[in-house]
Design a binder for this molecule. Structure first.
Ligand code: TXA
Ligand code: MG
Length: 328
């Protein structure tokens, strides 16, 4: 485990940083903090390294991975950035936005990373450590959220260690991730810009910059999903989850959002407050840790208070609905 200060740059000229670059170049897996969640990172041009990502996560199928790069210019070497992409990149990169665009045939990103698609998901993260690792290694970095497939994404180094320690050459610890939910994914492969996954940047902000509403992904349940993160049951805690709870039933834990707490809250087996003041950014940042916390208590069911469907609330509700979806 290597601890860094995500605000500073002192880590850049250290033997640990060199070791992280060497690990990536050798095809090993490194857990890297980003502003959204921790990533399970590998060299995106190395198919064996990407295979190791899928194996470590226990992904049931090869869901395509996001390639993280250091700049918009670097992104343009792997994908075709049209005018919409350039506009969004200028507004939101570096930051929690992922763009799905046509893959350049000469991009060295391996087919396993893109799951054989002719499109590629690209992101320039705000987290300097991820950008610098890409820059220093000269490689795009494939990184899904650092959690076992279908489980809650890791937003702290401890959560990542608990899920994946035995698969990691190195875990870079930058403390809790500030945004707390994954990046927003926008598809730019068709005529309409499409919201493939709500995330760290609110739909409203993206629509304001694009000057048009984002379309919904065109797939019906059962189709091959456009963003397999959209698989219905996902981000699942062990406990069951009950949404829009306006009271707490005996034996339930409470995932609270603001006050007043619902009736019966006093008999909740545990309470995790996402944001006392009802702030959606704070709630997003705490979401996955709160779910892990309640889950660790071994409770049978979590009652979640309603969260408004605006701003980052869309991403929070998306993750809560997936966590509540029936599974087998
Ligand atoms: O914030 C994030 O996005 C984090 C950090 C580590 O960057 N990463 C992350 O990766 O959430 P992951 O693998 O958990 O989710 C990536 C999503 C998946 O649902 C995948 O299906 C979708 O991106 N995706 C990747 N490539 C795609 C493509 N070519 N077309 C459509 N969806 C794609
Ligand atoms: Mg994930």
């Amino acid at each position: 485990r290597w601890q860094i200060d995500p605000q500073g740059t002192g880590w850049r000229d250290t033997p640990e940083f060199e070791a992280a670059v060497a690990d990536l170049l050798a095809g090993r897996l490194v857990a890297v903090p980003t502003e959204t969640v921790y990533g399970l990172a590998a060299d995106a041009t190395n198919a064996r390294a990407c295979a190791a990502i899928y194996a470590a996560k226990g992904r049931p199928s090869f869901n395509p991975l996001i390639a993280h790069v250091a700049s918009t210019e670097a992104a343009g070497r792997h994908g075709v950035l049209d005018e919409r992409a350039q506009t969004l990149a200028a507004a939101f990169w570096p930051g929690p936005l992922t763009l799905v665009v046509p893959k350049r045939p000469d991009s060295p990103v391996c087919d396993l990373a893109t799951a054989g698609l002719d499109t590629i998901a690209l992101r320039v993260p705000a987290a300097a450590i991820m950008r610098e690792l890409s820059q220093a290694s000269g490689r795009p970095i494939a990184a899904p959220s650092a959690n076992r497939s279908g489980c809650i994404s890791g937003t702290t180094a401890d959560a990542v260690a608990g899920d994946l320690a035995e698969h990691l050459a190195l875990l870079i610890d930058a403390g809790p991730t500030p945004v707390g939910v994954e990046s927003t994914i926008v598809g730019l492969t068709g005529n309409r810009a499409t919201l493939l996954r709500p995330g760290g940047i609110a739909r409203e902000e993206i629509e304001a910059v694009l000057g048009e509403p984002l379309a919904a992904p065109a797939h019906s349940p059962g189709d091959a999903p456009e963003a397999p993160g959209m698989l219905t049951s996902h981000y699942a805690p062990r406990a069951g989850l009950r949404l829009d709870a306006i009271h707490v039933e005996p034996g339930e834990a409470l995932l609270a959002f603001g006050t007043p707490l619902p009736s019966g809250a006093e008999r909740a087996s545990a309470v995790a407050q996402l944001s006392e003041s009802g702030d959606l950014h704070e709630a997003a940042a705490r979401l996955f840790t709160a779910m892990r916390q309640l889950d660790a208590g071994g409770v049978a069911r979590i009652a979640a208070m309603p969260v408004p469907e605006t701003g980052l609330g869309e991403a929070i509700n998306d993750r809560l609905r997936r966590a509540a979806a029936p599974r087998d």
